[in-house]
Ligand binder design. Structure first.
Ligand code: ADP
Ligand code: MG
Length: 339
């Protein structure tokens, strides 16, 4: 009796997993190639994918810095002090403000005027004068943003302040997508939002997803990570940068203390954690902090995420917690598991 019950259960399980349909969708939003692969019963995966595309396009219309109807466009292009915001914008402002405080300003959505001046929005790159940078830095005090507690849809900003969610938007979009998948009853999915990887559940066969960390010097991934129900998000200086007249590489991640692109020994920072928004915010923040401060931050924040840091000297530093899920595929100069 027991045996036949077991066989029946096994059959039902097998049948259930076989009947999951694999649906894929890809589209461009937030200046990024986005791809979703989800597995679900009947047309559920297809419908969920379509809803994801729709919701992300809506999000883009709210937080884009270039679309005139967006909240950020309104904030950035008027001298008003008070704005009524969509819930997504209010939520992102609240969350990024907390992370701005927690990271001692390493994440700062108010750096936009500085980033623009260096030409990163138009690709007309230039190195601004020190005087100009100082002038623009005076507009970047994100702590001056006040979000009303009684009514989330109200913020105050100081004149001249301009914001962008470039460092967190894709991660937040991933969280929205995962929420939609869960609401649709999907148990298994893989999202790739411009290199931000988020997975729901395991693969349909019950095994972890295996995802690669890009090799900043080109070629095959330099490490593979096993993931379930989490995200893996990388910030690096190797994809968006320009070479100045002085021959130096200027990257798209900025240090709010200097008003210039970050210059340190890091090639990439990968964060593995539960929330896309948090992972995206931290990959940028830890890159800005540099190795020592990044590791201190991880230790002092209760190790509530994992990290892989690659340096220009081809060393790898990672949280020891990853030891079972991380496979190194590159001839690193040195390997440092940290605890
Ligand atoms: P990517 O979007 O290339 O994956 P990031 O998540 O690290 O990389 O975000 C970088 C983007 O965030 C930049 O293009 C810029 O718009 C913005 N940014 C740069 N430096 C900072 C910073 N210190 N704090 C907040 N946003 C930043
Ligand atoms: Mg980021």
């Amino acid at each position: 009796m027991k045996k036949s019950f077991f066989l029946l259960s096994a059959f039902i399980l097998l049948f259930a997993s076989c009947s999951d349909v694999n649906e894929q969708i890809s589209f461009t939003a937030m200046n990024t190639y986005m791809a979703v692969r989800s597995y679900g019963k009947g047309s559920s995966a297809k419908a969920a994918n379509a809803r994801i595309k729709e919701e992300i396009e809506k999000l883009e219309n709210i937080i884009s810095v270039t679309k005139e109807e967006s909240d950020l466009y309104k904030i950035n292009n008027s001298n008003l002090q008070t704005f009524t915001l969509q819930p997504d914008t209010a939520f992102l402002l609240e969350e990024t403000k907390k992370i701005y405080e927690k990271t001692d300003g390493a994440l700062n959505p108010a750096l936009y005027p500085v980033i623009k001046e260096w030409g990163f929005t138009t690709e007309n790159y230039k190195i601004p004068s020190e005087e100009r940078i100082r002038e623009l830095l005076s507009l970047t005090d994100f702590s001056k943003i006040e979000i009303s507690k009684e009514n989330l849809l109200l913020i105050k900003k100081t004149s001249g302040m301009q914001l962008d969610f470039g460092a967190v938007g894709k991660g937040y979009a991933g969280d929205l997508a995962v929420k939609i998948l869960k609401e649709s009853g999907i148990k298994s999915a893989l999202l790739d939002f411009g290199g931000n990887i988020q997975v729901l559940g395991t693969k349909p066969d019950g095994k972890d997803w295996t995802v690669g960390i890009k090799n900043p010097w080109g070629g095959e991934p330099l490490a593979a990570v096993k993931l379930s129900d989490s995200c893996m998000i990388t910030s690096g200086g190797y994809e968006r940068f320009f070479i100045g007249e002085d021959g130096k590489r200027y990257i798209h991640i900025f240090d709010g203390k200097t008003g210039s692109p970050v210059e340190n020994n890091l090639e990439s920072v990968t964060i593995i954690c539960k929330s896309g928004l948090y992972g995206d915010a931290l990959s940028t923040s830890l890159f800005v902090m540099g190795l020592d401060k990044a590791v201190d931050f991880w230790r002092s924040s209760g190790r509530d995420f994992d990290f892989v840091i690659i340096t220009k000297d081809k060393e790898i530093f990672y949280s020891k917690n990853l030891e079972d899920s991380l496979t190194l595929l590159f001839d690193f100069a040195a390997r440092y598991p940290l605890e």
